[in-house]
Design a binder for this molecule. Sequence first.
Ligand code: ZN
Length: 168
Amino acid sequence: MPYVREILAEGHPALRKVAKKVDPREIREPLFQQLIDDMFATMYAAPGVGLAAPQVNVSKRLFVMDVHDDEHEPAVVINPKLEGLGVEVELKEGCLSVPGMVGEIVRFERAAVTGLDRNGQKVRIEGEGLLAQCLQHEVDHLDGTLYIDRAANLRPVTGDEEKEIAEA
Ligand code: ZN
């Protein structure tokens, strides 16, 4: 059974490590499959639109994501390679590991990732809007980066704004 893991908060050193590449042979192991299930459970419980493994204290290169739109299924991407596409735009952003805060950050308006899915098969996900923002946010986590490192106007989130931002 999947269980909800603790999401680490800013200040925990695990959030600042560059996560290690996953050996593709590890993907089929029950403990790894359990990690994926637990990450989905943890993301939905938060609730969030994405979650990277370092946020649950596992320093490996994978993340889960569900942006709840019509085009994209919930996905896990292992060893993602990110491509920023289109122009750069300023977006409001929050993070499950920095609770209660919001700021503005510059991101590519489109993005794509390639990597492996939970069966070890190649996967490619591309999109714009929240999906693109989430892809960039998650890959940052795998590199030990938090949005607050380069966000402008970082501030406590208030009522209306809280509904606007999707945390990951
Ligand atoms: Zn985050």
